[in-house]
Design a protein. Structure first.
Length: 391
């Protein structure tokens, strides 16, 4: 038996995904309209979006707290009543962790936008979507071994099946996806993709740790990350003339098109602010694994789109159908891992939150209800409660 479970606060995950998708559309429109991709400008806009988004929501919640009013958006309630109950790491360790979170987020953008550019013709446009489950696998391993998170049987089985599917998909990719390119270039391009996907996991898990252990406002974290990333971006752009293309376009295109160019930049900035705010919020109230699922949830449809529009998979129907089948299995078990799909076989349902609550509510289990609930790390039911440190 299969049970589908949709929770009330899934709206946050969908807003995160929609904002990511709209920003992706903005970059596609930009490339098709102006025939260039200003990587450095997008990098600066992304970091400014983090600073702007984090600072805006942090100040809003801080002012609401001072006025003793509940914030209407991004609500994270306190589980502590007094300041003397604070626990957590030393300030220096917090700063180092935020720096590393910023570094991995920065490297994700740099690898995908700069290092992979020479290999654009050597790699499938759907590759990162088809292998997006790497973020779920790496995040789950980090949460298990670094954050000491508990896992249920359904998560262990799902994780192993996804790993097996990814390995099979990689074998097919190396056999059919090279497109006549040398094996070395083919391998390097795919390793770079794996690298920036793993960077996403490290960023997510560090952010999760900072909020869970130090009870710090997630929006303060994303704001400081943005400051660190802006500094790193400034160093990276030294001697690169990042605004050279804009000056050239100003002289080449009409005033109307230049206004459109500026509008797209502003839109990219706003979407980056929304995206990064929802990213860290979803990461906190759910889990890094639940948040990562949204990055590849629609990959079966994108594979079809790229196969039709861009002749992806080297026009090989066998390679396409095999890849599509594997992707569907990965997405299915990604949903099983995060309990949006519950399988009632091999005791895979036993350690899901619904079954734990149901057993706890049975009359004979009422005395053990607290123990049963304590065994489950509820990251995906209702909004988790954390102490927000505004100081």
């Amino acid at each position: 038996m299969i049970k589908f479970k949709l929770r009330k606060n899934l709206i946050y995950l969908f807003v995160y995904y929609i904002s990511w998708y709209i920003r992706k559309i903005v970059t596609i429109i930009f490339e098709n309209t102006f025939d260039f991709y200003p990587s450095f400008i997008f990098l600066f806009l992304m970091t400014l979006g983090e600073i702007f988004g984090g600072l805006t929501i942090f100040l809003y919640q801080y002012i609401s707290l001072k006025r003793k009013k509940d914030s209407k958006i991004f609500t994270i309630k306190s589980i502590y009543d007094s300041e003397d109950k604070k626990v957590g790491d030393h300030l220096l360790k917090k700063i180092i962790l935020v720096f590393f979170a910023a570094f991995f987020d920065f490297m994700e953008f740099v690898i995908s936008s700069f290092f992979l550019s020479p290999f654009d013709n050597n790699i499938s446009p759907s590759f990162d979507l088809r292998f997006g489950a790497i973020t779920t696998i790496s995040s789950s391993l980090l949460c298990i071994y670094a954050l000491k998170a508990k896992t249920g049987k359904h998560q262990i089985i799902s994780q192993r099946i996804m790993i097996m599917c990814l390995l099979i998909s990689l074998i097919f990719e190396l056999c059919y996806g090279s497109g006549g390119v040398s094996f070395g270039n083919c391998l390097v391009a795919r390793l770079l993709c794996f690298g920036y996907l793993i960077c996403i996991s490290y960023n997510d898990c560090i952010e999760k740790y900072l909020v869970n252990t130090n009870f710090t406002s997630p929006f303060k974290i994303v704001m400081i990350e943005g400051i660190f990333e802006f500094i790193m971006s400034s160093f990276l752009s030294i001697g690169k003339a990042p605004f050279k293309e804009i000056k050239m376009k100003y002289n080449e295109i009409s005033p109307g098109y230049f206004v459109l160019l500026i509008f797209l930049f502003i839109l990219y900035l706003i979407l980056s602010a929304i995206l990064n705010s929802y990213k860290i919020y979803c990461n906190v109230i759910y889990s890094p694994m639940a948040k990562s699922l949204m990055d590849y949830l629609m990959s079966p449809f994108f594979c079809i789109y790229y196969f039709i529009r861009d002749n992806d998979f080297n026009k090989n129907y066998f390679y396409f159908f095999i890849s599509e089948f594997i992707v569907i299995i990965i997405v299915f078990f990604g949903c099983v891992y995060n309990e949006y799909i519950i399988l009632y076989c091999f005791d895979m349902e036993r350690e899901t939150i619904d079954e734990i609550i149901e057993r706890a509510n049975l009359l004979e289990n009422i005395p053990d209800k607290n123990n049963l609930c304590a065994d489950y790390d509820d990251e995906d039911d209702d909004i988790s409660e954390y102490k927000i440190n505004f100081e």
